[in-house]
Design a protein around this ligand. Structure first.
Ligand code: SF4
Length: 336
């Protein structure tokens, strides 16, 4: 057979159907020519018995031969009553699935890659894991794999710390990452982070990489909601181990939630600030959160007094003095 010429099978598979009729020999060749003409005219189906036949029950037939019908008709009809149908809407040739498919919508914007596993893992206590970490890098890795609370399922990535982790320096502690931190993996970025950077650079005369910056929680609460008490309790061992490994001189607690959690009190930040508190052998200086200062710039002076107090406690030189501070004075340290 000429491979370029459609045989009866291809014609019939293209939509022509003879049902209930046994076609052989001369008749099939005659039908072949007829169908070729109809196909050239654009017709894809033929009428049998006055109706368009469904190709589903198609009996495969090739030019010049017929396959045995497993259930031959005992009363074959010599000539099919096939009337050509004028080309019309029903003559559409079946298109491929791709051609029929509606155009694809533009691809959706890609979310940032998530670094944390998204399936719940075997519950592991952060306190047990943190205690086994002998370095900050080990601790960072343990935090990155933590699924101890539900925030592990919704975070984009964990937010461990920023800065140099210098012993004897100042360790800033906020409450929890926000959207910018969740996206970048760096604490205190965005507008509030820029204000904290200004406090460090312009106020303290230091660079961000000369202090340590972290949060109580290492994962962002969805929608920036307040962290739940159990979330803070679960995550605090990571912060405690972080502080043990860094060995800062002073903790600066940024905002009400961080200060209250670290000091175990419900006292308002306005009552806690302005003093040095003791926690687990460390000095803690509470002050206002930079986000609060953005809304209440008149409190920046109080914040600056707190930062100076922290620098004195850390025996860091005050800007412009050129020499170490004299350290906190009697009465400036409060036990919590
Ligand atoms: S918030 Fe803390 S305890 Fe919860 S999953 Fe993140 S790292 Fe683990």
């Amino acid at each position: 057979m000429n491979p370029t010429e459609p045989d009866h099978r291809s014609l019939i598979q293209g939509g022509a159907l003879i049902q209930g009729t046994l076609i052989q020999g001369t008749l099939i060749r005659s039908l072949h020519r007829h169908l070729l003409r109809r196909r050239t005219m654009g017709q894809r189906r033929i009428f049998v018995g006055g109706s368009i036949q469904d190709p589903a029950p198609l009996r495969e037939t090739t030019a010049g031969e017929s396959r045995p019908n497993p259930r031959p008709d005992p009363h074959p009809v010599a000539t099919p009553q096939a009337a050509p149908r004028a080309a019309g809407p029903v003559a559409a040739w079946p298109r491929t699935a791709a051609a029929q498919a509606p155009p694809l919508p533009p691809s959706a914007p890609q979310e940032p890659a998530r670094t944390a596993p998204r399936t719940p893992t075997e519950a592991v206590s952060p306190s047990e894991v943190a205690a086994k970490c002998l370095s900050l890098e080990q601790l960072r890795g343990a935090v990155a794999g933590c699924q101890a609370c539900s925030l592990g399922q919704t975070r984009t990535q964990t937010v461990f710390a920023d800065g140099s982790a210098q012993p004897g320096g100042i360790f800033f502690v906020g409450e929890a990452p926000g959207a910018d931190e969740d996206r970048t993996g760096v604490p205190f970025v965005g507008k509030a982070g820029q204000l904290l950077t200004d406090i460090i650079n312009k106020g303290m005369g230091l660079r961000r990489d000369q202090v340590t910056i972290a949060n109580v929680l290492k994962c962002r609460p969805p929608g920036n909601r307040d962290p739940l008490p159990e979330e803070k309790e679960l995550c605090t061992p990571f912060l405690d181990r972080q502080i043990e490994l860094v060995q800062p001189a002073v903790i600066v607690a940024l905002g009400t939630h961080a200060a209250q959690h670290l000091l175990g009190t419900n006292a308002p930040i306005s009552a806690l600030r302005g003093q040095i508190h003791a926690r687990k052998g460390l000095q803690v200086v509470p002050t206002f959160h930079p986000a609060f200062l953005l809304r209440n710039p008149e409190r920046k002076r109080d914040c600056w007094l707190d930062i100076q107090l922290a620098m004195k406690a850390a025996n860091l030189p005050l800007p412009g003095s050129g020499k170490p501070s004299a350290g906190p004075q009697a009465g400036e340290i409060q036990s919590s």
